[in-house]
Ligand binder design. Structure first.
Ligand code: CA
Length: 248
């Protein structure tokens, strides 16, 4: 049972049963010195079913990361005691492949590249929606230690993520950046019904309760390009719930 917050909406809302089963009992270490963010993460991840340990200092986080066993570490960059970069470097130097999701207040290409080159599995720029964090966590856990595939395939649909290219049956499809982001989100989580709210949060960075009609409009445009010209339909509407990309 998920508890509801005062707003009537649990932090962990929007995740499905399959995900709950998958993550139950998995251990996450959160290293974050900002009290509010740390509490929010702790609450949301615990509600979702993870076993969560938390550290507020970098040196304490590193100690835990080296002595305990975690499925994932959520790591802030700027920390007292020892920064996130040093923690990641020390972990990898010790041969620990534990996946790391960086939280960064800075959204600069240099920081991103630095983190990824050092062996972080993903990064998230603050402030972020919990659903976004959960999507990243889930994606990292699903692929395990190592890199995410750069080309996603579903039936005859190919999505080349780094090149922002989409094709069906080898035929290139021209998409706007938002359409590509929308399709990529659906493809990464294919088989899973995504709510309009979740899509709006992740593709448009809009908050809950904003006008999610924008999602329906974008889906219609995407469908016209990706599905209409082809006999096999991949993008489906689940009435009253949302959208799913899958082979039927
Ligand atoms: Ca910090």
């Amino acid at each position: 049972m998920r508890r509801k917050s005062q707003t009537g909406r649990s932090v962990a809302d929007g995740i499905n049963f399959r995900l709950l089963v998958m993550i139950t009992g998995m251990r996450i270490l959160v290293v974050e010195d900002e009290r509010k963010t740390a509490d929010y993460l702790h609450k949301g991840l615990s509600e979702t079913g993870f076993v969560v340990d938390a550290a507020q200092r970098g040196d304490d986080g590193l100690h835990l990361a080296l002595t305990e066993s975690y499925d994932l570490i959520v790591l802030d960059v700027m920390l007292p005691g020892c920064d996130g970069w040093s923690i990641l470097a020390a972990l990898r130097a010790a041969g620990r492949p534990t996946p790391v999701l960086f939280l960064t207040a800075r959204d600069t290409v240099t920081d991103r590249v630095k983190g990824l080159e050092m062996g972080a599995d993903d990064y998230l720029v603050k402030p972020f929606a919990f659903s976004e964090l959960l999507a990243r966590v889930r994606s990292i856990l699903r692929r395990g230690p190592g890199r995410q595939p750069e080309v996603l395939q579903l039936a005859d649909l190919d999505l080349d993520l780094p090149r922002h290219r989409a094709a069906r049956a080898g035929q290139r499809i021209d998409l706007t950046p938002k359409e590509f982001a929308l399709l990529a989100l659906l493809a990464k989580r294919h088989g899973e019904v995504l709510s309009r709210t979740l899509i709006a949060e992740q593709v448009w960075e809009m908050n809950f309760d904003s006008d999610t009609n924008v999602v329906d409009v974008a889906i219609r445009r995407l469908r016209a390009k990706v599905d209409d010209p082809f006999p096999r339909k991949l993008l489906h509407t689940v009435r009253g719930v949302g959208y799913v990309l899958e082979e039927r």
